[in-house]
Design a protein around this ligand. Structure first.
Ligand code: GLC
Length: 534
């Protein structure tokens, strides 16, 4: 196997800057706070950090609407604060990648302000403008955040296209000036020493050139899932250009993306998902695995069944750290943070959720039902401040400060909460945090889990998901067996080899060697990772 690049062997940890660590006590996370937590991240055992956008933004989409691609939002600090954070990360051997939001800017970005100023402004063509059709909208496309994807700009009498909010006009990537301007911004951060980028909303960068109506009978919600309005060929070429710029002119590599999303952890589902995703990867491409981020329900909540929530969250981590591909973890997941449903619409910050609430009220839905609906769908549920301690504001901000989103009260020890805080779990060997640390350490010590081939075994089982990651360069192959049921099971895993030596086991005690694989027992929701012995 070819020598792997750092981003192929790394475990990434996503920081949501607004909610990670508040260094100046104003209720909003910032770079001073992030820098103070670098030792924590190093000790956790991750290798690289991905920051959600930290750029100046009017916050219509919590930072995904940018007004300056080479600046730092004042609430997060200064460029020097950023540098100190970056240097601190590098001193600890942690890489840092940024979020590259290219599909759109903020409507307040100077480029768009110019573009909308007149039909013949030199930046007019930097965005997607259209005079409209038959006196109406240019086509039948919808915004991913609801409503038509076109907004009439009264000053010049034309429509502009926005895949997301109307405050997020789409850039016209077919204009070479747009590309050049964005590449300059990309270089700015690379020159500062940033290690790479996460590409935001990458599937939507290029609109189908003829702006044709979509002819799908599916609903708007289904349309969210389908990339009907994008041009996949242009997108792939774009990815290749971006890749070359970021890594090297020689390197030819296709996209790195392949997300794994599921609400059910069943062996059949995972096997099938793996098969499809790995088969769909172009030659030379590399998968990346994530189960949670700032847009989705938190993994703790996603897989919870009300009775085995903690065990299921642990299984999801075992899965993501052992399947082939680069794992991405989301801040707070390591202490088992759950979704938090807001109970007052005035506290909401996520625009699509507020819109959902308003639409439901307009349709006559009772206020409490509308609120519940909005809270469950709101991305605010997974964006609440990181819980550092059993202290006011969970130690995120000082007592008495109003945080930008409310803190989830689960941080308090039982019975008031669930003891979901870093300080509350750090010294407890049985805690979720200790489990994360142990599994991250194990992955580092077992190269087969990073580089080995993937071979499912015992594929007839509907209770156990088991697979081998092949050994190489003198490293032993690893067997991973996950019991996804609440009952103890015994499985014949001898297809993997005659015996294995336990590296990590939730139930058997550490490092038990020479376990017979013909009748292999796993406790309820048991996790086993072993080195195969000859
Ligand atoms: C991506 C981001 C999401 C944002 C959207 C628009 O999907 O992850 O948070 O709202 O792009 O930028």
């Amino acid at each position: 196997m070819a020598v792997l690049q750092w981003w192929q062997t790394a475990v990434f940890y996503q920081i949501y800057p607004r909610s990670f660590a508040d260094g100046n006590g104003d209720g909003i996370g910032d770079f001073i706070g992030m820098a103070q937590r670098l030792d924590y991240l190093k000790d956790l055992g991750v290798d690289a950090l991905w920051l959600s956008p930290h750029f100046p933004s009017p916050q219509y989409d919590v930072g995904y609407d940018i007004t300056d691609y080479t600046g730092v939002a004042p609430e997060y600090g200064t460029l020097d604060d950023f540098r100190r954070f970056l240097d601190g990360a590098h001193e600890r051997g942690l890489r840092v990648i940024l979020d590259l939001v290219l599909n759109h800017t903020s409507h307040l970005h100077p480029w768009f302000v110019e573009s909308r100023s007149s039909r013949d402004n030199p930046k007019r063509d930097w965005y997607v403008w259209h005079p409209g059709r038959d006196g109406g909208l240019p086509n039948n496309w919808y915004s991913l955040f609801g409503g038509p994807a076109w907004e009439l700009d009264p000053a010049t009498g034309e429509y502009y296209y926005h895949m997301f909010l109307k405050e997020q006009p789409d850039l016209n990537w077919r204009n070479p000036e747009v590309k050049a301007a964005m590449w300059d911004a990309v270089r700015f951060w690379l020159d500062l020493g940033v290690d790479g980028y996460r590409l935001d909303a990458i599937g939507t960068v290029y609109e189908a050139a003829d702006l044709r109506d979509h002819r799908s009978p599916i609903t708007q919600e289904e349309l969210r899932q389908a990339a009907l309005t994008v041009d996949p060929n242009a997108t792939n070429q774009w990815l290749r250009d971006a890749w070359k710029l970021m890594y090297s002119e020689q390197l030819e590599q296709d996209g790195v993306h392949a997300l794994m999303q599921t609400n059910r952890l069943t062996p059949a589902w995972i096997r099938d998902n793996q098969r499809q995703r790995l088969a769909a990867l172009p030659p030379g491409a590399w998968p990346c695995n994530t189960l949670g981020n700032h847009d989705t329900t938190r993994v703790y909540t996603r897989f919870a069944d009300g009775a085995h929530d903690e065990a299921l969250a642990r299984l999801s981590l075992a899965l993501i750290l052992t399947l082939p591909g680069t794992p991405f973890l989301y801040n707070g997941e390591e202490i088992g943070m759950a979704d938090y449903f807001l109970d007052d619409i005035r506290l909401f910050r996520d625009p699509p959720a507020i819109r959902l609430y308003e639409a439901a009220i307009a349709e006559g839905t009772p206020a409490d039902t509308a609120l519940r609906l909005a809270a469950q769908h709101s991305r605010d549920r997974c964006r609440t401040p990181m819980q550092w301690a059993d202290a006011p504001n969970a130690g995120f901000s000082p007592a008495g400060v109003t945080t930008w989103l409310p803190v989830n009260p689960e941080y308090a020890p039982p019975p008031a909460g669930r003891g979901v805080s870093v300080a509350g779990q750090a010294a407890d060997p049985g805690s979720m945090l200790s489990f994360y640390r142990a599994l991250l350490r194990l992955r580092r010590d077992a190269p087969a889990l990073v580089a080995g081939d993937y071979q499912p075994v015992a594929v007839e089982r509907d209770d156990v998901f088991a697979f081998v990651r092949g050994g190489n360069n003198g490293h032993p192959a690893c067997l991973v067996a996950l019991n996804l049921t609440p009952l103890g099971v015994t499985a014949d895993l001898s297809e993997a080899g005659p015996a294995a030596c336990g590296l990590f086991l939730t139930t058997l005690g550490q490092r038990e060697c020479e376990q017979d694989l013909t009748a292999f027992s796993l406790a309820p929701h048991g996790i086993y990772i072993g080195a195969l012995t000859a």
